[in-house]
Design a protein around this ligand. Structure first.
Ligand code: SF4
Ligand code: ZN
Length: 725
């Protein structure tokens, strides 16, 4: 045991406990003992104190006894004459530091000085649960808390990228000599937030309590431990939470003290400076405190020390590839080229072939590559994937195809939105400059389909087309297949089945979103119907599509089922209580971001409008599709607004609680044409064969003032339905 470390840590603990004491005195004076203290959105009060001491700190006055206890953990700073052969006193100092830091942060919330600029602040329970899933399913092997600053911002980026590449969640913060890694990353335009796995917590060492609070709560949430089970909580963190600290730059007393706190939880500290190491294997799984001066080796060292099991993706593409990049956005300014949306034609299509007809691993690019497109421009694209396998079935095509979304997105600097013939690809400039070309789409799909769907896929070949005539041809073939897929569920009713299915595929973007898929209502992306859910469950019983027994029917008209509600609660991680399957106004389903179309109420017309993703212009609710998408997306429940798959428009269950298709008062012309055949059949059934012509479109107008006279003139049925609001 190093004397220097013990001295510094104990000194640091004394100092921070002293600061906590004077802050608490001040708070008692200025705010009173009854003033409420709390962190945002947590059921665990001050989590470290709650977990280790079993105390619920709710107001300023509750902190007094905790502070007394904390002071009791402080031992004298060892003099030179004392040799401490074990960690005991240092560990006590560490725990005292964590309690003091936690109280300071809670008091800062009371004073409104947290979160700091550009920082996340305290991590809510929701975030903890969401990311917990990723820990459990292995998407995230562990997390790193970085304290301090790298020697320069380029090195900071390098370290962060190395961690991202391994899907390790990064908490960035604290400072060294007045510089914080947070500002180094900002200077290099590194995207930060939960989606890219880089979360800035705060610019001082005290705020490093946030990631530790997050870790200790996982013992309570996932480990099923109760408050006050200190030893068990610490053991859980050590055994189950693969975290480590990375101290960049000189360590001061408080960093040593906080580090000692982390070591209690089994989290080792790796530093990039000449520090005295503590290498015996005792409390931590491996070493406690280790230095690594070589920045090329620092991340591998961390992983080795903590025993994190990472699966580095071995796809042969020129940019990093991992789930950490899945939610990353490629902005227009940093985009080299895009395909799809309103900018060019694009389609992705996967089809089953005989084993003999597929050469595994073959990737062909037919037509000009990205270089040919002007910078910031667009080009047509068709991605045709042929798969074969002894266990492959035609029914599995759409499920495999729907995976493209996340596969493509995981490449750094590549963005994918949508599916089928409304897919939208973007490749960033930096990614292009690193050498990323169209062939790499093929490499990614080949690798991932084998890796994740290897049970059913034996061979994968990919063709990428960029000449318009080829793209049109694939579009034509795909359209036939898409229609066939959609037709398979036609004729099935929700009443005829015992189970619906969940789909939680989009939780990587919208963490609490789920689709409930029934025969008469497909997923809002339009690419997943009830049979797909069923097939997907067959392929992977622990996957994203789980059967939902309907349970008791609570309201047949609105479509409220006890089983659905249970599934909604479970898969939204307690965020949502209820989904009505057939209503727009009462607890409707949530929307992620993949919706083919959006419907929104037009109160003046006592009806709704539906706008499809491809329609670029203004709509009667005063918003374009993109603005509307921002308002409804992200997994929120917003009565009156709903993302839907196009086919739902012609379902017998289309907002049947509100009167069904008779409510539609406006749709863009292109959408009307797209649904015409099916719509007219349904309108006939409803007894209004000419309903489609009574629906206004942009040729009538794009404001309520313009469309109202038209609706009155044609006698639109919505006007005589019961009031919507
Ligand atoms: Fe699944 Fe819904 Fe996402 Fe489609 S939009 S992939 S159905 S969660
Ligand atoms: Zn989605």
């Amino acid at each position: 045991m190093s004397k220097i470390v013990a001295t510094a840590a104990i000194r640091g603990a004394h100092k921070i406990v002293g600061e906590c004491e004077s802050f608490l005195d001040r708070a008692i004076r200025e705010k009173g003992k009854e003033a409420k203290v709390e962190f945002p959105e947590t059921a665990y009060f001050l989590p470290m104190i709650y977990a280790l001491l079993g105390e619920e700190v709710k107001q300023v006055g509750d902190m007094g006894p905790i502070l007394q206890y904390t002071k009791g953990l402080l031992h004298e700073v060892p003099s030179d004459a004392v040799w401490l052969p074990y960690l005991g006193h240092t560990l006590d100092a560490g725990i005292a530091t964590l309690f003091a830091e936690e109280m300071i942060m809670a008091l800062r919330y009371l004073y409104g000085t947290e979160p700091q600029k550009d920082c996340n602040g305290f991590f809510t329970d929701t975030i903890m649960r969401t990311l917990g899933i990723q820990l459990v399913d292995g998407r995230m092997p562990g997390f790193a808390a970085i304290l301090g600053a790298a020697p320069d911002s380029k090195t900071a980026v390098k370290i962060v990228r190395e961690l991202q590449k391994r899907s390790i969640l990064i908490f960035a913060g604290s400072s060294t000599n007045g510089t914080s890694i947070i500002d180094q990353l900002i200077a290099e335009n590194v995207q930060m937030g939960w989606e890219p796995y880089v979360v800035p917590y705060g610019r001082d060492t005290v705020s490093a309590i946030y990631p530790l609070d997050w870790a200790v709560r996982s013992a309570l949430t996932f480990g099923g431990l109760r408050k006050g089970q200190a030893r068990e909580c610490l053991m859980y963190c050590k055994d189950r939470v693969f975290a480590f600290g990375l101290a960049l730059g000189e360590l001061d007393d408080l960093k040593y003290a906080t580090g000692a706190g982390a070591i209690n939880m089994g989290f080792p500290i790796i530093a990039d400076t000449e520090i005295p190491e503590i290498r015996p294997t005792g409390i931590t799984t491996y070493e406690h405190l280790v230095k690594e001066l070589d920045y090329d080796k620092i991340v591998p060292t961390c992983i080795q020390i903590r025993g994190v099991k990472v699966k580095v993706q071995e796809i042969d593409i020129p940019v990093p590839y991992s789930a950490a990049f899945e939610g990353e956005v490629v902005r227009k300014e940093s985009m080299r080229v895009q395909m799809g949306q309103k900018y060019s034609k694009a389609v992705e299509y996967l089809r089953m072939r005989d084993l003999d007809d597929v050469v595994d691993g073959q990737v062909d690019v037919v037509g000009p590559d990205i270089d040919a497109a002007e910078a910031g421009g667009a080009m047509p694209l068709a991605i045709l994937v042929d798969v074969a396998g002894r266990k492959m079935q035609k029914d599995f095509e759409p499920i495999l195809e729907r995976r493209f979304h996340s596969y493509i997105n995981m490449a750094m600097g590549v963005q994918h939105i949508g599916q089928r013939n409304i897919c939208w690809y973007r490749v960033g400039t930096e990614t292009f400059e690193k050498g990323f070309r169209l062939k790499d789409f093929g490499r990614i799909l080949h690798y991932k389909l084998h890796e994740e769907c290897g049970k059913i896929v034996d061979k994968v070949a990919v063709k990428v087309f960029t000449k318009l005539e080829d793209v049109d041809r694939v579009l034509g073939d795909a359209a036939v297949a898409f229609r066939e897929r959609d037709a398979r569920v036609e004729g099935m009713t929700d009443e005829s089945v015992g189970n619906f299915y969940t789909c939680t595929l989009c939780q990587s973007f919208a963490p609490n979103h789920l689709c409930i898929i029934s025969p008469e209502r497909l997923g809002l992306c339009g690419a997943y119907n009830w049979l797909d859910g069923k097939a997907s469950f067959e392929i992977n019983p622990r996957g994203h599509n789980q059967p939902v027994p309907k349970g008791e029917t609570m309201d047949a008209a609105k479509g409220i089922f006890t089983g659905v509600n249970e599934a909604v609660k479970l898969h939204s991680h307690g965020h949502l209580e209820q989904f009505t399957i057939y209503s727009l106004m009462d607890t409707p389903m949530t929307s992620c971001g993949c919706f083919e179309a959006i419907m929104a109420i037009i109160p003046e017309a006592n009806g709704v409008m539906v706008v499809n993703r491809e329609y670029p212009d203004m709509t009667p609710v005063g918003m374009k599709f993109t603005t509307l998408a921002g308002a409804v997306g992200g997994g929120q429940q917003t009565p009156g607004f709903l993302g839907i798959g196009r086919l739902y428009i012609t379902s017998r269950k289309f907002i049947s609680a509100e009167g069904g298709m008779k409510r539609i008062v406006w749709m863009p012309k292109m959408l009307k044409e797209d649904v015409r055949a099916r719509f007219e059949k349904r309108a006939q059934e409803e007894g209004i064969p000419d309903l489609l012509d009574k629906i206004a479109d942009e040729s009538v107008g794009s404001t309520t003032e313009e469309i109202l006279p038209f609706l009155q003139k044609v006698g639109h049925p919505a006007l005589s339905l019961p009031a919507l609001m």
